[in-house]
Design a protein around this ligand. Structure first.
Ligand code: NAD
Length: 478
């Protein structure tokens, strides 16, 4: 396959960076450099801000219905190009082709949903204290926005920011993932061909810290959205706070999975192989801390191991691959260090725990048992293909462990008891809880965390609220 270099998209045009600087793009399945992405200079960023400011004036005055038509057309174009986009996504990010197809398809679904929801940004009429007074609220787009998006879902992470921003009438500058830029370029081409006016959506790449330091304080930028790690999120939120910018922060997680002793182990283990090893575990809602009630612990581990060991690891483009490589050598070393720390403190590697092959960044699907809360892996976001398992006796103990960390993003549970469902729903401190199935991340449902996992939502009607301001107007008859 011909892998195209990615350029910047500013003011409706594809361009090289002003100083011609580029960043190499690597295929994580081979470790080979396959292409390059343009590295924006400060001058390029200045142009992007000017374009977004001008684009905002045009787009905010475009009716919600016209915006809807452009976005729906972009989604339709994306579906036509699904296969090409998915192949590019697998080539630079590594996930199996089937997962890339799902990501591109769900990106189109997200755009559709936000497009439609943009037609329902209703204000309201508030009964006044005098008959001659009318009190109303109206919703306005917040202004030129900036989205910082990571490499793990190169397309859908962009759409979760750009979709609601454009539907609400904002313009946006996206700082895309330098590791995986090709699929984002396909998305922007669809928007361009769908008739999005110049400057309304801009795509830049470069040195992340340089871009955030420049764009967040910029007076023309009104809203920031970031997906990435907690430490970086805190830095960016502080900077945004200093300049009184609205923020949405979609940060790391460390998702607990509670398996009660009345759970359907067969169903749970099957669902959790898919959820855990999707994108090699490099997912913010990836199940990580497996808490198994002691009576079913051994049965769970035995059943789970059989299914994990059957996973086919390989190049994401190869037929039948179920798990691809990690994104980089850095991530692979980070996962290894967590396993070393855990085993030194008494954990048991039940399967995997090692690198695979001599090319690319492959790591075996891994299950570690007998973990304790003293281990680094049970405290830091692991972001890799490892299930960390421990047992518990009382449900209260599991709920306490589930809520112990500063993270609070995704959480999972299996039980057939209605009483247990209720206790879990009330007790677990997480933005999202899915019980007896894998049900997170649909366009129409809220997606976001509590505590250090961030604030704001990137799904459901809440996602649009993040790009809208509410203005209150009260009018008395003359
Ligand atoms: P990293 O912290 O170097 O980068 C994570 C993301 O933040 C990248 O997209 C990067 O471009 C961006 N970033 C880093 N510094 C930035 C800055 N100063 N300004 C703007 N953007 C900045 O980590 P990594 O090794 O690439 O990824 C692993 C870690 O990142 C994980 O521990 C995980 O917490 C986090 N992560 C989270 C998600 C998510 O979906 N929430 C996605 C990808 C990565």
């Amino acid at each position: 396959m011909n892998y195209p270099d990615t350029r910047l998209f500013i003011n409706g045009e594809w361009c090289d960076s002003s100083d011609r600087r580029t960043i190499a793009v690597t295929n994580p399945a081979t470790g080979d450099v396959i292409g390059a992405v343009s590295h924006a200079s400060i001058g390029d960023l200045e142009r992007a801000v000017a374009a977004a400011a001008a684009g905002f004036i045009v787009w905010a005055k475009t009716s919600a219905f016209e915006r809807y038509k452009v976005l729906r057309k972009a989604a339709a174009l994306l579906r036509e190009r699904l296969e090409d986009a998915a192949r590019l996504l697998t080539t630079d990010e590594g996930k199996p082709l089937a997962e890339s197809r799902l990501e591109v398809g769900s990106s189109a679904d997200l755009i559709d949903w936000f497009a439609e929801e943009g037609r329902r940004t209703y204000g309201r009429t508030i009964p006044a204290r005098s008959c001659s007074v009318q009190q109303v609220t109206i919703k306005d787009p917040v202004g030129p926005s900036v989205g910082f998006t990571p490499w793990n879902f190169p397309m859908s992470q962009i759409v979760r920011k750009l979709g609601p921003a454009l539907a609400a009438g904002c313009s946006i500058i996206v700082k895309g993932p330098e590791e995986a830029p090709a699929a984002p370029a396909v998305l922007f081409r669809c928007l361009q061909e769908a008739g999005l006016p110049a400057g309304v959506a801009n795509l830049v790449f470069g040195t992340p810290a340089e871009i955030s330091q420049f764009l967040i304080p910029h007076p023309a930028v009104r809203k920031i959205s970031f997906t990435g790690s907690v430490p970086v999120g805190k830095q960016l939120a502080s900077l945004a706070g200093l300049h009184m910018k609205r923020v949405t922060m979609e940060l790391g997680g460390h998702a607990p999975v509670i398996i009660a002793d009345d759970a359907n182990i067969e169903a749970a283990t099957t669902a959790l192989v898919g959820a855990k090893f999707r994108n090699a575990g490099q997912v913010c809602i990836s199940p990580t801390r497996f808490l198994i009630q002691s009576r079913v612990h051994d049965q769970f581990v035995e059943t789970y191991l059989k299914k994990v060991e059957a996973l086919k690891v390989g190049d994401g483009l190869a037929e039948g691959t179920q798990m691809g490589p990690l994104i980089s050598e850095r991530r692979r070393a980070a996962v290894e260090a967590l396993i070393e720390d855990a085993t030194a403190k008494g954990a048991n590697v039940a399967t995997g725990g090692k690198r695979i092959g001599n090319t690319g960044y492959f790591f075996a699907p891994t299950v570690v048992t007998e973990v304790t809360s003293r281990m680094r892996a049970m405290n830091e976001e692991p972001f890799g293909p490892v299930a960390w398992i421990r047992s518990f006796v009382d449900l209260d103990e599991a709920i306490e462990e589930a809520s112990r960390l500063p993270f609070g993003l995704g959480s999972y549970a299996w039980t057939t008891s209605a009483a247990t469902v209720r206790r879990l729903a009330q007790g677990i401190q997480a933005g999202m809880l899915t019980i007896n199935h894998i049900g997170l991340g649909l366009p129409e449902t809220p997606y976001g965390g509590v505590k250090d996992s961030g604030h704001g939502y990137e799904g459901g009607s809440e996602a649009l609220e993040a790009y809208l301001t509410t203005r209150f107007i009260t009018m008395d008859a003359i």
